[in-house]
Design a protein around this ligand. Structure first.
Ligand code: ADP
Length: 446
């Protein structure tokens, strides 16, 4: 096992990784920007090193500063968390060059599965169902029109290097496809430094179902079943749950097994998530693979009992996966509500500033993943998520009731948050029935 790990991230996920380190008897080193210098979670680390000013480009996204901190602290490994540098193959490569273990896949495996076009081709080889669409990047609008005629409208244009729901355009006819393809490529070049775009069939009524997988360096890999993340706004998840409502194990098992084949074939080690859309007939189409820990990993931890972050660290240290597939069982139901510092009544406007009153919920089956304490000041520089409320119970119905109870206990003042919206959603008849599609929340909020 490692002696010391550097956490190249901030906020709740940094604290989540500190906790995993503690339980493994490993020292944790945090890095922080000037905007986070007073954050209380830094005190829970064995050491905290300032890596620069508030803008992420000058701190959390700055590879040389993070590597310098890692050298100073003399760490064996770096955990990248999610977002920031977690999916940058060049960062994984920089770690390797400095003989620091990157807690995640090799740069090669990351490039193979992290790029949407490369990943689709790998998926086809592994027998994972993918969307009908272009086989690779598209340069010529004529080519796009030909493919769209074959698969039928609507189609979606996506950036091969895209992420965070950005750079996607839906086209309902030939005219809009022609006029959008060039613009999408220019936008992708500016946003991701890679102008490659591709098209695929656009599903109007689909659910987002994703499979958690994890592999070790000895060629073993398992899945931890699925999560349903259909409650989205602007392609950003707001509620995640596991298992997926109304989905029987026999339907989802082959999809999980295909996901395991894919990461084995890619010689992938570490945690990964294969994201799928499921249509009304329960056909699955893979969207992409996320080559890192996901924000919503706790719902899977709650139903399987597997500590995903600790397992990531263990496999990075060269240990064999501590579980075989037949040891993984689904127990009960879990729901995660993302608590964002945003005002749902004013177009989800970000709410930076001090939190004077912070009274989180507790009690049976309630887990709070957050770095916030009373007096915390939400910085304006980063993501607006301030907490994840994760609730577990025996059945989905009970879990919804428990989530309602927990949300009612939760008080945050004076900034506005998504707590009230979650409370309303827990009472929403369609959500309670289960099976709402990925556009449901947008329609509801209109
Ligand atoms: P990103 O990497 O930017 O998060 P994804 O490919 O994971 O992009 O897609 C994010 C979300 O966009 C999906 O959960 C879904 O809501 C929507 N989406 C993506 N592809 C399609 C598609 N082919 N049809 C319908 N919706 C889609």
């Amino acid at each position: 096992m490692f002696n010391r790990i550097l956490i190249a991230n901030r906020g709740e996920i940094a604290l989540r990784i500190i906790r995993a380190c503690r339980e493994l008897g490993v020292e944790a080193v945090c890095v922080y920007s000037e905007a986070d210098k007073d954050a209380k979670y830094l005190r829970m680390a064995d050491r905290a090193i300032c890596i620069g000013p508030a803008p992420a480009k000058e701190s959390y996204l700055n590879i040389s500063r993070i590597i310098a901190a890692a050298e100073i602290a003399d760490v064996d490994a770096i955990h990248p968390g999610y977002g920031f540098l977690s999916e940058r193959a060049e960062f994984a490569q920089a770690c390797r060059d400095c003989k620091i273990e990157f807690i995640g896949p090799t740069p090669e495996a990351m490039a193979r599965l992290g790029d949407k076009v490369a990943c689709k081709n790998a998926a086809k080889e592994a027998g994972v169902p993918v969307f009908p669409g272009s086989a690779g990047a598209i340069e010529d609008p004529e080519e796009a029109v030909k493919i769209a005629d074959k698969i039928g409208y609507p189609v979606i244009i996506k950036a091969s290097a895209g992420g965070g729901g950005r750079g996607m355009r839906v086209c309902h006819n030939e005219g809009s496809l022609r006029s959008n393809i060039q613009a999408a490529s220019t936008e992708a070049q500016a946003a991701f430094g890679n102008g490659a775009v591709f098209i695929e069939k656009y599903l109007e009524h689909a659910q987002h179902v994703e499979i958690q997988v994890i592999g070790d360096k000895h060629g073993n890999a398992i899945h931890l079943w699925e999560r349903n993340c259909s409650m989205q706004r602007r392609h950003q998840k707001l509620i995640e749950e596991a298992p997926s409502p109304g989905l029987d194990r026999e339907t989802i098992r082959p999809v999980c097994e295909a996901a395991v084949r894919l990461i084995k074939q890619a010689k992938y080690h570490g945690a990964a998530t294969c994201e799928f859309l499921m249509d009304e007939k329960r056909n699955f189409y893979m969207l992409e693979v996320n080559t890192r820990v996901q924000v919503e990993h706790p719902v899977t931890e709650m139903i399987t009992g597997v500590d995903i972050v600790k397992t990531m660290i263990r496999v990075a240290a060269g240990e064999k996966l501590p579980y075989t597939q037949d040891q993984i069982h689904v127990n009960g139901h879990a729901i995660e509500c993302r608590i964002n510092a945003e005002d749902p009544d004013r177009k989800f406007m970000p709410q930076p500033g001090p939190i004077n009153r912070w009274e989180p919920p507790g009690g049976p089956g309630v887990r709070m993943d957050t770095h916030v304490v009373p007096g915390y000041v939400v910085p304006k520089f980063y993501d607006s998520m301030v907490a994840k409320l994760i609730v577990h119970d025996e059945t989905r119905e009970k879990c919804i009731e428990r989530t309602r109870r927990a949300l009612a206990e939760f008080t945050v003042e004076p900034i506005k948050t998504t707590i009230g919206l979650h409370a309303r959603l827990m009472e929403n008849g369609d959500f309670r029935k289960g099976g709402v599609d990925i556009h449901y929340l947008e329609r509801l909020l209109k």
